[in-house]
Ligand binder design. Structure first.
Ligand code: ADP
Length: 278
């Protein structure tokens, strides 16, 4: 059987260039159709994940809502054992909700469906955000120190404030989860046209081999330690969000001593011609 390459060679040798061009054109059209088909299939897959995740969220919200009403003894008194089981139902539905939200984010990131809501963002506001304050409280309750330092010359940046909080929450909650002694330091500094954010902990650290794979989906280094609380999706989402902002993420770590997760993002926002809300 003669392959496309052979065909063209024969045609060219015989100076039938017009035939060669025609053959190549046909091949290009065929490949273009294939690419279109793959694209449609991948869009369908993303849409499917999207719909399923939304459909799962509604009943889950009801489960959590009614369990909370039960726990608050709105429908009658409960004994301690009944209360403890209902608390488990609430905790588990929260975990499931978090997993669904993360799967949705992964699907949206891979299909390019996350659109940033770019605005001027002040790091002082991030420091005072309720979600960050809640993490500070969580760290303190665990007996850890919690320091949030913003250098005096750090300017406002152009970013999506909610997505930025999501990045901070992910990195800080990981730092708390994997630290038993010492504490967490967040340091924000200006580096030329960028801002560098570091989340430094004194926790278990990460080996050299694991460092390379950390930002991949579903990767968990120590499954036994956090199998009840983690999904292995957090860092891959954080990386996707940092990249969307035109930045990059990295980690320095020494096993047993702690980790320094950092990201660097441009002060003026990602390089696109999007309009910025004042
Ligand atoms: P998870 O939901 O499991 O925390 P992540 O993607 O956020 O998923 O993290 C992936 C893995 O990276 C974690 O399971 C953990 O093994 C490791 N890891 C993340 N942050 C830290 C940290 N600060 N110190 C040590 N290990 C960490």
């Amino acid at each position: 059987k003669i392959t496309l390459g052979d065909d063209i060679l024969i045609i060219c040798k015989n100076n039938y260039y017009k035939d060669a061009v025609e053959l190549l054109n046909k091949e290009i059209i065929k490949k273009e159709r294939e690419v279109e088909r793959f694209k449609n299939e991948s869009d369908l897959k993303t849409q499917f994940i999207y719909n399923i995740s939304h459909d799962l969220k509604t009943p889950l919200t009801n489960i959590k809502g009614f369990s909370t009403l039960l726990l608050n003894e709105e429908f009658g008194n409960l004994n301690e054992e009944q209360k403890s089981y209902i608390k488990i139902i609430i905790d588990e539905s929260e975990r499931l909700m978090q997993l669904i939200t993360q799967i949705l984010d992964v699907a949206k990131l891979s299909s390019g469906k996350i659109k940033l809501d770019l605005q001027k963002v002040n790091f002082q506001d991030i420091k005072n955000n309720p979600s960050i304050k809640a993490l500070e409280e969580m760290a303190t309750k665990k007996g850890l120190f919690f320091v949030f330092n913003i250098d005096y010359d750090v300017p406002e940046i152009i970013a999506d404030p909610n997505r930025l909080i999501q990045i901070f929450v992910n990195l800080i909650s990981n730092a708390i989860k994997f630290t038993d002694k010492g504490g967490i330091t967040i340091h924000i500094s200006k580096k030329n046209k960028n801002v560098k954010v570091e989340v430094i902990d004194t926790g278990i650290g990460i080996s050299k081999e694991d460092k390379a794979k950390l930002f991949k989906r579903f990767y968990q280094v120590n499954k036994t330690r956090n199998e009840k609380t983690g999904t292995g999706l957090g860092l891959s989402i954080v990386k996707g969000l940092v990249n969307l902002h035109g930045g990059r993420i990295g980690v320095n770590s020494e096993p047993g001593k702690g980790s320094n997760f950092y990201f660097i993002i441009p002060i003026n926002g990602p390089k696109s011609k999007k309009k910025v809300k004042e």
